[in-house]
Write a new protein. Sequence first.
Length: 509
Amino acid sequence: MATPEAVIEIGSTGVRLLVAEFDSERKRNVLDRAEMPISLGRDVFTQGFISRETQSQCLHILQRYKEQLGGWGILPSQTNIIATSAFREATNKDPVMDKIFSSTGFRVRVIDGIEENRLMYLAVSECLQDEAPTLRAENAMILEVNGGSTELMLMKKGKMAGAHSLHLGTVRLAPKMRGQTSSLEDIQRYVEEYTINAKGLFESELNIAETSQFIAVGADATLAAINAGMPISTWLWSIERENFDRFVDEIQQYSVDECVARFKISYNDAQTLPVSLMIYKMFLHHTNVKTIIVPETNIRDGLIISKTKIPSEELKNEFNEQIIASSANLLKKYHGDESHAEHVRQNALKIYQCLEQEMSLDSRSRLLLEVASILHDIGNFINMSNHHLHSEYIIRHSEIFGLTRTENIIIATIARYHRGKQQPQDSEQFQILARSERMQILKLTAILRIADALDRSHGQTLGEVEIKLKNDNLVINSKGIKNLALERIALEEKGELFESVFGYKIILL
């Protein structure tokens, strides 16, 4: 029998527990779940920190969950516990995390918005696995409204066009509206203006009007589906747009007490339900979609899937392709040279493959090299002079689907040093990184510098090259191109780091 997996999520409005396992056919089986309300988001979004009262409440809930998990034979050290937007924005999150660990044994991991998007994508993909051919072929918006943020992904013909964590949440809205009448009309106007502005920012990634699938994720969307929609399968619902609009409009007329009584939800959830559904409705109305798809899932499911379900090679490749597509769309957004980026990526992969047996890097490094190759010149959008510095800035402050914050910083660092006389080891920030990260950055930067030098003109004049190791040399065969002066100069300028890191001399034929 499979060992059950446990996940606890500390959110803006509640602390939620999920225990699940996968059977022999890899079907998810939920064994236990619980949810306890908490005012963490209200604390952080109004005063910036988690109050003593909320800390005490959180510890009490976690102690209760610890006992509950003990019944399943699951220890705190075996439990995945994550915290989202409200927790990560709290100025006192570190001492609170320390207090949680010393009191309960739970080690909290604070995740960023892009990690939330990744987990949501995994969960949604699992629910839509029978719909996958349709999802891959159509433009889609995937939306989840939370207390502290709204997570949004845009798919263009099945490929990731953009992933965003928006500072638009039901709990976050409360202090923004303070000092006004705080009527639903005021909140609706604010949300409407926000979604219009957001739509303008996303137009470079996907024309929202061309979206043919609207996928709404989250407890509030599921509540709407149960009351106004139809089941498609065990974990999947659909709602006709007219029925959804009617239900949302009806909800706006209910008092908090009526919501609690009608839908059997907590007082905290009842307070935010009208605003949450309003946000879904506002985004929906920027599309022409007639039917909403609602997977009954969440990021806790996504985390359990990522921990327990061994992905096939096909699924791994599909997920990596989504990361590459997200990177390519970011380059396109900043009007980058897509032909040059693709040429550099292909040559970087050839060099990587030649050296793979002696690289001593994990399989993820190849993907990071691909992303860095695509984005290394993105800083040209700001200024061609010192564009490597601008590339670092843009990458550090961009959201790339599927990458952790640490990976984002690694890619930004590689892009910074893809040109120029300075090398990564010249930076004090580089020196304080872990040795494994320093070597990863050095090796990938060295490869990228060579791949970039092979297209110095940005004209792909060498065409397809053959790259192989011969004795102590990395031999690059240009297959008949005779005028190699520009590329040889570039390799001389950029090859020092490669020869220092790998010990191979570069020969261009």
